[in-house]
Ligand binder design. Structure first.
Ligand code: ADP
Ligand code: MG
Length: 701
């Protein structure tokens, strides 16, 4: 009935049935046998060794200890009622506590008996404690555990548990499923790669991942499946790049023409950094090849990406094409528009701004001029890629702050012209190399790894709430020097209303501390209409206000070189990359700039690491690495939108080497056998169409 067991609905599996099948589908998205067997354990219980009580520390995972029971008693009443036991080994003592199932556990306990206890140890007043340990008479152990020394642990949910599908329940299903379909699992990786990297057969790897009989076996299985997962992602990405370069012709920008040269010779207000020059050159080379360019420019905040975008857009215009620049927010689009207009002082190229709040009348004009080719450069938000926008001849598209845009949106741009435009993606959030390879593996990457000369590194301080007066004093001092100050509040509550209240409380305090007429304050937040936001921004840009109180709407791209102080309230609530982005709003002029991180006394461990990191370094790439370590790649901004689903087994924080090898391998395959003629490679072709491979096959067009 079904083409294979792997594709068979899970309801048919022994131990499942329609009701549980429904729950498995709803709760964890498992539909078929194939889905189930690629639902991998997230950790293992190490039954291979007993820990000694003295060896234990808080950071160890679940573990087992062989103990002798000393005492036990029931204490407390009703809700606080609990069973407390003391147990020892030859190195120390541990307390065991049960709040539930007390009667049952009690029956099982016998003073002086040896038990194997298993659980997570915590420390309370320096004393080791285990709550709700699994407990077993020592002598029974071998019988009940079978030979399984590393027990797989699967994540489950409350709902699943109600249907007896806790980790153990899932484990049972897993055994059943593997029994019935393991023989069907096909090899994916070509034999020569398996050999080279000492990988095992896929069948075996999947089986051993669930039921390893030794740590060694588990490691090999993990390594095999991680390699496969990363290999397939890279394979898809590079494949789509290959198709693109073969299928799509690219516009050729032959000339460095009049406008580019004019701008370079007469208008450019500074000397380009070497990094900027190099990137412009790389783009020039790309656009002369007759292949559609897809290039990512990574550069830390303030590295001067905008002018690179502008000059390359001028290149397009010089060759008879239109260009556009797309930004993620209205504020940013507007800001870009103004700064580009500023750079293009004497109207020698026509440029316009299109956002969600552009007036109907203006839209009409823009639409007309785009179609008849009078307009050369269009700046805007994603309004740019909406259907009604028609270019006469779009040749070059820049996407700023890529992390807010997905692959899908990029693809939309391609369709704006018969020959798809060259695409330049600029990201200000440095991404660790590994992540960039996965997220943007289909792009070529340029790096602006140099800040304009004369920039002084921003000095960052971390102050506690009780040092607030010092902060006020410092603000006054800087304002007296003619500088401007940002104060940013996090989004704290779920509700926009409460957030606004937070901000407004802040504004109250500030207005008292910095009263009119000596001080003027701009206020910008998400609830304002675009025009109001713009008005407040402009007051600050023009220097009419000295202080800007804002929520994170100013996170990306805002450029006010005279602002030299960034104060971040409740800084512990921000993620690292956000903090770095915010800090990047200052330090854009010649003066020494400062960033002050305000926080409460109480900080989580991660919170402290984040603030310490900010104080310690200005290097966006270093910060990105630490961020990756702290948060895991799953939470890095942009991943969700990128079209990349969760990795099932590989972990980009630790598997960077595997990723690099996998990518290298894929590149080699495409070089040697671009049409996948080698019989060993033909399965790869097929794999792209299948979803049962256990990795997501995302929709990169
Ligand atoms: P980002 O890379 O964060 O987008 P911007 O393009 O906004 O940075 O540039 C930051 C600031 O640096 C701007 O004020 C810009 O005019 C200035 N700038 C850019 N390139 C140079 C340069 N080569 N020399 C001096 N200043 C520069
Ligand atoms: Mg920018």
């Amino acid at each position: 009935m079904f083409s294979s067991v792997l594709n068979t609905p899970i309801a048919y599996l022994k131990g499942v049935g329609p009701q549980r099948a429904e729950i498995l589908k709803k709760e964890i998205g498992l539909f078929t046998y194939g889905d189930l067997i690629t639902y991998y354990p997230f950790r293992y219980i190490d039954r291979t060794q007993y820990y000694k009580i003295r060896e234990i520390n808080q950071d160890l995972p679940y573990l087992q200890i062989l103990v002798r029971l000393k005492t036990f008693e029931i204490i407390g009443e009703k809700r606080t009622k609990r069973l407390v036991a003391q147990a020892i080994d030859d190195t120390g003592e541990i307390e065991l506590v049960w709040f539930q199932g007390i009667t049952w556990v009690q029956k099982y306990l016998e003073i002086n008996q040896a038990y194997v206890i298993f659980g997570k140890v915590t420390f309370f007043n320096g004393k080791a404690q285990m709550a709700h340990p699994e407990i077993e008479l020592y002598s029974n152990k071998t019988i009940s555990r079978g030979n399984l020394k590393l027990q797989p642990v699967y994540s489950s949910t409350e709902k699943l548990k109600q249907f007896n599908l806790d980790s153990k329940g899932i484990q049972k299903l897993m055994a059943n499923a593997l029994d019935s379909c393991v023989s069907e699992i096909e090899e994916i990786l070509p034999h020569h790669i398996q050999e080279k990297y000492k990988l095992i057969a896929r069948k075996k790897a999947i089986n051993n991942l669930h039921f390893p009989s030794s740590t060694q076996e588990l490691l090999i299985a993990q390594n095999t499946l991680k390699f496969e997962e990363l290999f397939l992602i890279q394979f898809r990405m590079l494949k789509s790049k290959l198709i693109r370069t073969q299928k799509f012709k690219g516009n050729i920008f032959e000339n460095v023409g009049e406008k580019f040269t004019y701008f370079y010779e007469n208008l450019l207000p500074f000397k380009l950094t070497n990094a900027q020059k190099r990137v412009i050159k790389e783009i020039r080379q790309d656009t002369q090849k007759g292949i559609q360019m897809n290039r990512l420019v990574q550069g830390d905040v303030g590295s001067g990406k905008t002018v690179v975008a502008l000059m390359t857009m001028l290149l397009a215009v010089d060759n008879g094409f239109q260009a556009c620049l797309m930004a993620p927010t209205e504020i940013l689009a507007t800001q870009h528009y103004h700064s580009l207009k500023g750079l293009l002082s004497d109207d020698f190229v026509s440029i316009a701004l299109l956002t969600g709040s552009s007036k109907k009348k203006d839209r009409k004009i823009i639409a007309d001029e785009l179609e008849n080719g009078k307009l050369s450069i269009l700046i805007g938000t994603h309004a740019l890629i909406e259907d009604p926008v028609k270019f006469k001849n779009l040749g070059f598209a820049v996407i700023d702050e890529q992390h807010r845009f997905g692959v899908e949106q990029r693809a939309k741009l391609w369709r704006k012209n018969i020959v798809p435009p060259h695409i330049l993606v600029m990201t200000a959030t440095p991404i660790p190399r590994t992540l960039a390879m996965t997220l943007y593996g289909d792009l070529d990457v340029s790096l602006i790894d140099e800040l304009p000369a004369g920039r002084k590194p921003i000095e960052t301080r971390h102050l506690y709430e009780n040092q607030r007066l010092r902060m006020f004093g410092f603000m006054k001092q800087e304002i007296a020097k003619g500088r401007q100050v940002y104060i940013v509040y996090p989004l704290i509550q779920e509700s926009a209303k409460l957030d606004l209240k937070n901000l407004m409380d802040g504004v109250d305090t500030m207005s008292r501390e910095f009263p009119l007429p000596d001080y003027r304050i701009s206020i910008v937040h998400g609830q304002l209409k675009a025009a109001e936001k713009e008005f407040e921004m402009q007051r600050f840009v023009k220097g009419e206000t000295q202080i800007m109180v804002a929520t994170t709407v100013i996170e990306v791209g805002v450029n006010v070189p005279n602002a030299s102080v960034m104060i971040i309230e409740n800084a512990e609530r921000f993620g690292l990359s956000q903090l770095h982005q915010l800090r990047g709003r200052v330090g854009r002029g010649a003066e020494q700039s400062y960033c002050i991180l305000m926080s409460g006394e109480k900080l989580s461990k991660d919170g402290r690491v984040r603030l310490d990191t900010m104080v310690k370094t200005n290097d966006g790439f270093e910060i990105a690495e630490i961020d990756l370590q702290l948060r895991g790649p799953g939470n890095i901004e942009g991943k969700q939108q990128s079209g990349l689903m969760e990795l099932k087994i590989a972990d980009l924080t630790v598997d960077q080497n595997i990723l690099a090898e996998a990518r290298k391998t894929v590149i080699q395959i495409f070089e040697e056998d671009p049409d996948l003629q080698n019989p060993e490679h033909s399965v790869l072709q097929k794999v792209l169409l299948k979803s049962e491979t256990g990795i997501m096959l995302n929709k990169i067009s």
